[in-house]
Write a protein that binds this ligand. Structure first.
Ligand code: SIN
Length: 186
């Protein structure tokens, strides 16, 4: 099932008057940067956590056998570490297509390591989208991921590449690392 959010995203923010925008990436945007970037910085967003709760029917699974990919879930007091990319607005045409299976653009305050902050956009898939997979135990999530493959490749590779990227940036994420451990121990 496709949740196709391309049209919704176009209407959510009018980017026409802008010359550049900050984008926050926390999932595949950390290891697959297939768009032009003016500047890249380590950054975090407050009150969000990474969760493998979004179904993937188009990249890491199929409509009959969806995989699981990351989304952000609100959690007061938490901090999600990722990357901030300064980009030209035209990049969002590509990103809206890439993130079309249920993700909507949201505004967020991006915090940089040196204490500076800026407003930016990030993609979130919530429980109201048709591809939502929802919470499950680490074991069940890992089992579903192990069994899934789609046009972008094995679902397992999404997790392994992401975990490597998090380590390379010195980031901790127990949710991601415990799924990685479950995948590697099978
Ligand atoms: C992101 O990486 O910021 C969005 C979710 C994804 O593409 O994995």
């Amino acid at each position: 099932m496709s949740a196709n959010t391309i049209a919704d995203n176009r209407h959510r923010h009018n980017l026409e008057a802008m010359t550049e925008i900050w984008l926050f990436g926390y999932g595949s945007l950390l290891y697959k940067i297939d768009f032009p970037v003016l500047e890249q910085r380590k950054a975090s967003v407050r009150h969000w956590v990474r969760r493998f709760w979004q179904g993937s029917h188009d990249h890491r699974g199929t409509p009959d056998a969806p995989g699981r990919v990351l989304t952000l879930v609100e959690e007061q007091g938490s901090l999600c570490q990722g990357l901030a990319f300064r980009v030209e607005p035209g990049v969002f045409e590509h990103l809206d297509h890439r993130e079309k299976n249920g993700y909507l653009r949201h505004c967020a305050t991006l915090l940089f390591a040196d204490g500076e902050q800026t407003e930016g956009l990030l993609y979130v898939a919530d429980e109201n989208n048709a591809a939502w997979a929802g919470p499950a135990s680490i074991t069940r999530i890992a089992r579903q991921i192990k069994a899934s493959v789609g046009p972008s490749g094995r679902n397992e590779d999404y997790v392994l590449k992401l975990a490597d990227a998090l380590r390379a940036f010195d980031y901790e994420d127990e949710h991601v690392f415990s799924i990685e451990r479950a995948l590697l121990s099978e």
